[in-house]
Design a protein around this ligand. Structure first.
Ligand SMILES: Nc1ncnc2c1ncn2[C@@H]1O[C@H](COP(=O)(O)OP(=O)(O)OP(=O)(O)O)[C@@H](O)[C@H]1O
Length: 958
C-alpha cells in the first residue's frame, strides 16, 4: 500500500501552479488536468483549512502528504481533524490527512465540543462534491509574519520553493506580526557571507537586524523557515527570532530583513577573542551551544506539533551568540536543512549536491572535504558533520579557559586551524590537513597533565571530531559529556574560589538531554537510527538542597547501575544495562540556574572517585584497568603531546603502542600475515603528502578508485565555485560600510549603490570601550582579523605562521566571509602535489604530526612498506573503540564491499555513557580468552578468509 499512488484533492493557489507544471519532487505528485494531484511514493492526502471567528471556513491548501508515519490519523479513509485547534494559532486552523483517493476534499472534526456535534461535517469548496458551495480562497489571510514572508517568497520563487502544508502549520504557530515601520537601524555590528547585521531599535527595544540582499534570499527564506518550525523558538539555546520582512532597497532591488534579539556580546568567537573564561562559564557556554544543537537535531512530537530533525550545517563559533549572562545560543540557520525521517537524499538530486557543498571551509568535516559524505544516511551524516564542528568550537572555547592554564598566560584566542593555516584557509589546505592528514587542533602544552578533567575534556573533543564520522558523539551525547564536565572541578583554588564567591550558575546535573525540560514531558525521537521514542521525565530541585539532591541522584544511579550489573554479570548485556541506566539521570532545568544557587557547588562535593565509581561496573573497570593502566594512559598522553617530529623511518615495533604490539603478537600467533593485516590497525598517516600517488600496475584498481573519488570531489567543488561566483558578484551590490569611530559614538554609513545612508548613534554598552568597528577594510577586500588583539601576541609566539595574513581588527567580520563556501583552483596534474601541499606539509612535518588526534593514538608515521600495502587495498573502516562501546561489534558489508555500521551499533554508541568510554584503552584490547572476553576483533579484507559460512567475505572474526 505504501507504494500505491494516491489521488488527492489539490489546491495550491499560493503558488499558482498549473496542471502538470509542478515539479514532482516539490509537490510530491503530478497535478492532473482535473485539478487533483496524483501522489507518488505512498504519500497520503492532506488538507488545511482556516476557520475564522465568524465561522467561515476557507480552504488553504490540499495535496500530497509525504510525512507518512508522522501522523497516525493519516491512515484513515476520512480526513479527520483530531488535533485540538487550540494548539494552533487562534484556534483557527484545521489540518487533517488520510489515505483514500480524494479523501481530503472535506474534513471532519473528530473531537467533541460544546457547540458542535462530535463529528460535524464541515464543507470546503473547490473539489469533488462540495456540500456548502463555499468558494476556495485564492490567498489565505494568515496573520503571521512567517507566512507573510513565505507568501512573498512564494511569489518570487514560484516553482522553485513550495510552501508545504507543514510550513503553513508551522507558520501558524508563529508570533503576531511586528510592525517594522518604527524600526531604526543604528549601527553595523557585523557582516557575514550572506548579509550585514545591524543593531537596531524597535519601539525602544534593542534588536539585531540581519539584512540580506536579494541575491541571498534563499538563505533568508531558509533561515525564516527554520525559525518558524514548531517548538524551535521556545528553546533557550536557539537565537530568538522576532520577525522578518521584505523591503525595497535604494537600487530598486528587494532586500530582506530578519529581526532578532540583540545579543550584547555578539558571537562566541568575538567574546572569546576579548575575554578569558573560567571553567564553569566555559562549560556553561559550550553546554548551551551543545544543548541548542542537540535540540535542533532532535525530531520531536508534542501534541499536534512536530519538529523535524534539522542539521545546522554551519556550526562555527561565529554562529553562536552570547547573552548578557554569558549563556549561549545557536544562530544563523541560513544553511540549515530539515532531516525528517521521510526526507530521503537521493544521490543525484539537486538537493543531494547541495547537501555536501555548504559550510564554512575551516569547520568542514573531513568527509565533506574529502567528498565522502555518506549520502545513504544523510540524516546521520549531516548531524555528524555538525558534531565535528562542535568539537572545534569546544577547542576554541576551552583554550580560553583560565582555569586550565594555572600559573601561566592563557593563550590568545584562535580559530580552529588558525595556527596551521592562518585566517583564510583554502579548501585544498583544509583537505590536506584535515581529510588526508587527519590533523586536528593541537592541545596546549598545559593540558598535558592527565588529570581526570583534562582527560575527559580532551576525549570529548576527540570524540566529536573523530575522523570516522560514525564514531563521533551525537549532539545529545556531547551534551551529556558537557553536563558531566560541568560537574568536575579543575582542581584549582581559583576555580573553587570563584564557585564559592560567585556561584551565579550552578552546574547542571544529569546526563539526559536537558533540552527536553523545556518541553516538560515529551516523546522524543532523537537518536540517530533510533526509532524508539524515549520518555523523559522532568525532575526539578531548588535552593540549597540542590547539591545534595544532585549527589543523591547520582548515587542513586550508581546503586542502580551496580545492582543491575550484579544481576547480569557475565555477558556484554550487563554493560548495556548499565548504559541504559546511566542515560536516564535526572535533570535540572537551566532556568533554575539563576535561582538555585547551592552554597557549595556540586562539583566540589563530588570526589573523583564518586564520579568514576558512579556508573561503572566494577568488573568492567577492573578489566579495563588491567588493559589500560595509568602508565599506558600516561604513555599515550606523552605521545599525544610530543611536539617532536617523528622520523619517517621508525620501525614498526617502535610505532606501536603496547596494545598494538599485543595485537601484532596475537595475529602472528594466529598465523595472520602481519604486513597485510596490521596496517588497518596502524595510524593512517602517510610519511609524505603524495595525495595522488603514481599508479603502478599492481595498484591500478585502487588508484582508479581514488581518482574516481577525486574526480567527484572536483565536480562538487566546481559547483561550489559557481555558487561562490554568484556570491561574489552579489557582494558588490551589498551595502558597504563606511565607519568612523570615536570614543563613545560611532558614525556609520551604509552605502547602497551610490547612496550613503548615515546613521549616528551612541554606541552604548555594546561597543563601549571596545574598538568594535574601525575604518572599514571591506571595500578594499575586507579581510579581517577575527581573533582580536590577543591573537597578534600569540602569532608572534607561534613562529610567525600567521604573519602572512593581513589583520584589520574587525572583530565582527567573518574571516571566512569572503571565502567561498568551497573554493578550488584548477585540479592539479595527477603526479603533482596539491598547490598548497607544501604549506600543509610544512606544518605537519615541521611541527610534528598532530599529536592530539585521537585517530593517531599510535605512532605518527608508518613504514613505507605498509603505506604501499594500504594504497593497494581499498581502505577499510577503522574499527572504533572496540573495548568500550561496541562490545558486540556489529558490522555488515555493504553492497559495494565497504563496511558500514549497523543501526544497532550506532544506537549503542550514541547511548554510551562517558564514564565507560573513558576507561577504554588507548588502542586495541585483545583477549585470547574468549570465555571471559566479550570483545571481538575483526580483520577485514586482505589475506584473512572467513572462518564460518555466515561471516561475510573478507572478514574474519576471532
Ligand atoms: N542577534 C545578534 N546580536 C548581536 N550580534 C549579532 C547578532 N547576530 C549577528 N551578530 C554579529 O554579527 C556578526 C555577523 O553575523 P552573521 O550571522 O551575519 O554572519 P556570520 O555568522 O559571522 O557569518 P556567516 O553568515 O558567513 O556564517 C556575528 O558574528 C555577530 O558578531
Amino acid at each position: 500500500l505504501q507504494s500505491e499512488d494516491r489521488e488527492c484533492a489539490f489546491t495550491h493557489h499560493l503558488q499558482g501552479v498549473e496542471p502538470h507544471s509542478g515539479p514532482i519532487n516539490e509537490l510530491r505528485g503530478v497535478v492532473q488536468e482535473n485539478g487533483t494531484i496524483r501522489c507518488s511514493h505512498g504519500s497520503r492526502c492532506y488538507g488545511l483549512w482556516e476557520k475564522r471567528a465568524d465561522g467561515e471556513v476557507q480552504l488553504v491548501k490540499q495535496g500530497c502528504w509525504p510525512h507518512i508515519g508522522d501522523q497516525q490519523e493519516c491512515h484513515g479513509d476520512r480526513c479527520q481533524v483530531t488535533a485540538m485547534p487550540s494548539q494552533i494559532q487562534n484556534g483557527s486552523y484545521r489540518f487533517c490527512c488520510c489515505n483514500q483517493d480524494l479523501c481530503n476534499t472535506n474534513f471532519t472534526e473528530a473531537w467533541p465540543t460544546a457547540d458542535t456535534p462530535a463529528l460535524r461535517l464541515i464543507k470546503s469548496s473547490g473539489h469533488g462534491d462540495s456540500q456548502t458551495g463555499e468558494q476556495c480562497p485564492t490567498l489565505p489571510r494568515i496573520p503571521c509574519v512567517c507566512v507573510s514572508v513565505n507568501i512573498v517568497l512564494l511569489t518570487i520563487w514560484k516553482h522553485k520553493h513550495s510552501l508545504s502544508a507543514l510550513d503553513v502549520m508551522e507558520a501558524a504557530n508563529s508570533e503576531p506580526a511586528v510592525d517594522l515601520d518604527n524600526l531604526k537601524m543604528l549601527e553595523l555590528i557585523g557582516r557575514g557571507r550572506y548579509g550585514a547585521v545591524f543593531r537596531g531599535c524597535l519601539n525602544e527595544r534593542c534588536v539585531a537586524v540581519k539584512l540580506f540582499s536579494s541575491a541571498n534570499r534563499l538563505n533568508f527564506s531558509n533561515e525564516c523557515s527554520i525559525y518558524c518550525l514548531p517548538l524551535l523558538r521556545q528553546h533557550d539555546n536557539i537565537s530568538r527570532f522576532l520577525s522578518a520582512d521584505e523591503r525595497m532597497a535604494a537600487d530598486g532591488q528587494p532586500e530582506f530583513l530578519i529581526l532578532m534579539e540583540f545579543y550584547p556580546h555578539g558571537s562566541l568567537s568575538r567574546y572569546l577573542s576579548l575575554h578569558t573564561v573560567d571553567w564553569s562559564t566555559c562549560c556553561r557556554m559550550t553546554h548551551g551551544v551543545t544543548r541548542g544543537l542537540a535540540f535542533l537535531h532532535t525530531e520531536l512530537y508534542r501534541g499536534d506539533q512536530y519538529k523535524p530533525a534539522v542539521a545546522h550545517r554551519d556550526v562555527t563559533s561565529r554562529n553562536v551568540l552570547v547573552r548578557a549572562d554569558l549563556s549561549c545560543v545557536l544562530a544563523d540557520f541560513g544553511l540549515s536543512m530539515r532531516l525528517t525521517g521521510n526526507r530521503p537524499c537521493h544521490p543525484g538530486d539537486d538537493d543531494t549536491i547541495a547537501i555536501s557543498e555548504v559550510g564554512t571551509v575551516r569547520y568542514m568535516a573531513p568527509e565533506v572535504l574529502g567528498g565522502a559524505l555518506n549520502l545513504r544516511d544523510c540524516e546521520s551524516a549531516l548531524k555528524q558533520v555538525d558534531v565535528y564542528a562542535l568539537g572545534l568550537l569546544y577547542w576554541e572555547s576551552f583554550r580560553r579557559c583560565s582555569d586550565l592554564f594555572l600559573g601561566e598566560a592563557v593563550p590568545g584566542y584562535q580559530l580552529a586551524y588558525q595556527a596551521e593555516l592562518g585566517n583564510h584557509p583554502s579548501f585544498e589546505e583544509m583537505q590536506i590537513l584535515v581529510a588526508r592528514e587527519k590533523h586536528r587542533p593541537r592541545f596546549p602544552e598545559a593540558w598535558k597533565e592527565n588529570n581526570l578533567t583534562l582527560r575527559l575534556l580532551k576525549e570529548t573533543m576527540e570524540d566529536c571530531w573523530d575522523q570516522d564520522a560514525e564514531a563521533r558523539l551525537t549532539a545529545q551525547c556531547a551534551e551529556e559529556r558537557l553536563s558531566e564536565l560541568t560537574l568536575l572541578s579543575t582542581h584549582t583554588a581559583i576555580h573553587n574560589h570563584r564557585n564559592l564567591s560567585h556561584g551565579h550558575w550552578s552546574p547542571q546535573v544529569g546526563s539526559a538531554s536537558s533540552y527536553i525540560e523545556d518541553l516538560q514531558v515529551g516523546v522524543v525521537k532523537n537518536l540517530q537510527g533510533d526509532g524508539h521514542p524515549t520518555l523523559v521525565t522532568k525532575m526539578t530541585s531548588s535552593g540549597t538542597d540542590l547539591a545534595e539532591k544532585n549527589r543523591n541522584s547520582i548515587n542513586y544511579e550508581r546503586q542502580q547501575a551496580q545492582s543491575q550489573a550484579r544481576l547480569s554479570s557475565s555477558d556484554s548485556l550487563s554493560t548495556n544495562s548499565v548504559l541504559s541506566l546511566v542515560t536516564t539521570l535526572s535533570t535540572i532545568p537551566e532556568s533554575e540556574h539563576k535561582a538555585a544557587v547551592p552554597s557549595v557547588p556540586v562539583c566540589m562535593q563530588l570526589t573523583e572517585e564518586d564520579l568514576e565509581a558512579t556508573k561503572l561496573d566494577p568488573k568492567e573497570v577492573d578489566k579495563n584497568l588491567r588493559e589500560s593502566s595509568d602508565e599506558n594512559l600516561m604513555e599515550h598522553s606523552q605521545k599525544q603531546f610530543s611536539s617532536e617530529p617523528q622520523s619517517s623511518n621508525l620501525l614498526l615495533h617502535q610505532s606501536l603502542q603496547p596494545t598494538e604490539v599485543k595485537l601484532a603478537q596475537f595475529l602472528l600467533v594466529s598465523g595472520v600475515p602481519p604486513g597485510s593485516q596490521l596496517c588497518h590497525n596502524l595510524p593512517k598517516r602517510p610519511t609524505s603528502l603524495h595525495l595522488l600517488p603514481k599508479t603502478t600496475e599492481t595498484s591500478s584498481a585502487s588508484s582508479r578508485l581514488k581518482q574516481g573519488k577525486l574526480k567527484s570531489n572536483h565536480r562538487q567543488v566546481e559547483t561550489g565555485v559557481a555558487k561562490m561566483n554568484k556570491v561574489t558578484v552579489i557582494t558588490a551590490i551589498e551595502p558597504q560600510l563606511v565607519t568612523t569611530v570615536t570614543n563613545n559614538t560611532s558614525t556609520s554609513g551604509v552605502v547602497y549603490g551610490n547612496r550613503v545612508q548615515v546613521i549616528t548613534a551612541a554606541t552604548g554598552s555594546y561597543s563601549a570601550g571596545v574598538p568594535t568597528l574601525v575604518t572599514n577594510g571591506l571595500i578594499g577586500g575586507g579581510r579581517t582579523n577575527p581573533a582580536g588583539p590577543q591573537l597578534e601576541e600569540e602569532e608572534k609566539l607561534e613562529g610567525k605562521k600567521l604573519q602572512r595574513e593581513d589583520h584589520l581588527n574587525l572583530l565582527n567580520f567573518s574571516p571566512d566571509e569572503h571565502e567561498p563556501l568551497l573554493r578550488r583552483e584548477q585540479p592539479p596534474a595527477e603526479s603533482e602535489p596539491f598547490p598548497h601541499q607544501s604549506r600543509a606539509a610544512d606544518i605537519l612535518s615541521g611541527r610534528g604530526s598532530n599529536a592530539n588526534n585521537n585517530n593517531n593514538r599510535g605512532s605518527e608515521v608508518k613504514p613505507e612498506s605498509i603505506l604501499v600495502s594500504e594504497v593497494e587495498r581499498p581502505k577499510a573502516r577503522r574499527p572504533e573503540r572496540p573495548s568500550s562501546l561496541d562490545l558486540s561489534y556489529d558490522v555488515t558489508l555493504t553492497g559495494g564491499g565497504g563496511l558500514s555500521a549497523s543501526g544497532e551499533k550506532i544506537k549503542r554508541r550514541v547511548k554510551t555513557p562517558y564514564t565507560l568510554k573513558k576507561w577504554r584503552p588507548a588502542s586495541w584490547v585483545v583477549s585470547t580468552d574468549t570465555s571471559k572476553s566479550s570483545i571481538a576483533v575483526f580483520l577485514v579484507g586482505g589475506a584473512a578468509t572467513a572462518t564460518a559460512a555466515s561471516e561475510p567475505d573478507g572478514m574474519t572474526c576471532f
